[in-house]
Unconditional design. Structure first.
Length: 178
């Protein structure tokens, strides 16, 4: 999770203000503008090029990534992505990905810098947890950096159990459904 949203802002907007939508071409175009103008490349893409700047290679990867996930969890990539809309405008994206363990999916999120701290991440993760349940998952995993205290608070608030840092330095969290 690359979000820095504090948990205590979860009531900043009515729940209806945040929605998840599939990433079709029009949404992808708008989402690319948000990502490249209001998020660090390293918050959104793997380290494809040195530094934290958006490059053609990173933009291409970003667009191809979302296009290749349109078939969802049951598709070839085993992953689904949604744009996070706040008041109808794209402000980030969230994903679910199948894992090697049946019934366990992984989630991840990024948000534009200018909307962090408003409770949007919490609302988006709540919605993606609903998507995971609807897809038959019994658990959802998330990873974050040990330095991302806001993400850790958010995950705990949403019922995730965090483990100590793994050998890769990441914190792993799991949310099981009752």
């Amino acid at each position: 999770m690359n979000d820095t949203t504090p948990v205590d802002s979860a009531k900043a907007f009515p729940a209806a203000a945040v929605t998840l939508v599939p990433v079709d071409e029009e949404v992808l175009r708008r989402l690319t503008v948000v990502a490249t103008s209001d998020a660090a490349a390293s918050d959104v893409t793997p380290p494809l090029t040195p530094g934290d700047k958006w490059t053609r290679q990173r933009v291409g990867w970003f667009e191809n990534y979302h296009r290749s996930r349109r078939s969802g969890l049951t598709g070839a990539e085993g992953e689904a992505t949604w744009a996070i809309l706040h008041l109808g405008q794209p402000v980030g994206a969230v994903r679910l990905k199948r894992t090697d363990v049946d019934g366990v999916v992984e989630t991840g999120i990024w948000l534009a810098r200018t909307v962090r701290g408003r409770g949007i991440a919490g609302q988006a993760i709540r919605r993606v947890l609903q998507e995971a349940r609807a897809a038959g998952a019994h658990s959802v995993r998330a990873d974050t950096a040990p330095t991302n205290e806001a993400a850790q608070r958010l995950l705990r608030t949403l019922g995730f159990t965090l483990s100590p840092p793994a050998p890769d330095g990441r914190l792993h969290a799991v949310r099981r459904f009752d």
